[in-house]
Design a binder for this molecule. Structure first.
Ligand SMILES: Nc1nc2c(ncn2[C@@H]2O[C@H](COP(=O)(O)OP(=O)(O)O)[C@@H](O)[C@H]2O)c(=O)[nH]1
Ligand SMILES: [Mg+2]
Length: 198
C-alpha cells in the first residue's frame, strides 16, 4: 500500500470530538520525544504534516490525519515527560486513557520505543495496561539510525526478551528510522493487512 493522500483533519482533547465517520484509525503513542510526529511525517512523506519538535512535551492534543480518504493516522500526546507539572501530567493521562479505552474506531495502537534505551518501567507498565484492557497494539522501535547494526539487533532482542516475561506471544514489532526512512513499507503493509480484514 502507498499513501497518495494525507490531510490534517482535526485536533482536540476529547474523544467525543474525534471524527465520527466510522473510518478505522491507527494511533501512535509513546514517551515525549520518541519520534511519533516524525514517524507520521515519514510514513506520509510529508515533512510538515505533524508538528515535530526537539523540545519534548509539545503535542497536547489528539491529532487526526486522514489517509487516502479511507483511514486515519492519529498523533497522540506523549506520556512521561518529567518536566510537566503533576496536574498537566494527569490531564494528559486522562486524555490518553479515555481515547484508548473509548475510541471504537481505534484499530491498532502503535507503541513507540526509542531503540537506544534499556526497557523503561513507564513503557512496560503502559504495555501491561494495554494487555489488561485488551487493546490491540504493535511495537515500533524508533531512531534506528542512531545505533549500529549489532547494537540495534541486541537492543531489540533484549526488549523482546523482556516482553516475553509478560506475554505468551510477542506483539508485532517494527524497526524504523524517520531520518533514514527505514521501516516505512513494513508499517504501511501491516496497516493495509488489517484494513483488508475490516
Ligand atoms: N536521528 C533521528 N532523530 C529522530 C527520529 N525521529 C525523530 N527524531 C528527532 O527526535 C525529536 C523528537 O521527534 P518528534 O517526532 O517531535 O517526537 P514526538 O514528541 O514523539 O512527536 C526531534 O528532534 C526529531 O528530529 C529518527 O528516526 N532519527
Ligand atoms: Mg509529537
Amino acid at each position: 500500500m502507498d499513501i497518495k493522500n494525507a490531510e490534517f483533519k482535526v485536533s482536540n482533547t476529547q474523544v467525543e470530538k474525534c471524527p465520527n465517520d466510522g473510518l478505522p484509525e491507527y494511533a501512535f503513542i509513546g514517551r515525549s520525544n520518541v519520534g511519533k510526529s516524525s514517524l507520521i511525517n515519514m510514513l506520509t512523506r510529508n515533512s510538515k504534516l505533524a508538528m515535530t519538535s526537539s523540545t519534548p512535551g509539545k503535542t497536547l492534543l489528539i491529532n487526526h490525519f486522514l489517509i487516502n480518504k479511507e483511514w486515519y493516522l492519529v498523533d497522540l500526546p506523549g506520556y512521561g515527560y518529567a518536566k510537566r507539572s503533576k496536574a498537566a501530567q494527569e490531564k494528559i493521562q486522562k486524555i490518553i486513557s479515555e481515547y484508548i479505552l473509548r475510541r471504537e474506531a481505534l484499530t491498532c495502537l502503535f507503541v513507540l520505543i526509542d531503540c537506544r534505551h534499556e526497557p523503561q518501567k513507564i513503557d512496560l507498565e503502559f504495555i501491561e495496561w494495554l494487555g489488561e484492557n485488551g487493546v490491540p497494539f504493535a511495537i515500533i522501535f524508533t531512531k534506528a539510525d542512531k545505533l549500529g547494526t549489532t547494537k540495534l539487533r541486541e537492543n531489540v532482542q533484549n526488549y523482546l526478551k523482556k516482553l516475553e516475561e509478560q506475554w505468551e506471544e510477542l506483539p508485532p514489532h517494527f524497526v524504523t528510522s524517520s531520518e533514514k526512512k527505514l521501516g516505512r513499507q513494513e508499517v504501511l503493509d501491516y496497516i493495509e493487512s488489517i484494513n483488508q480484514t475490516l
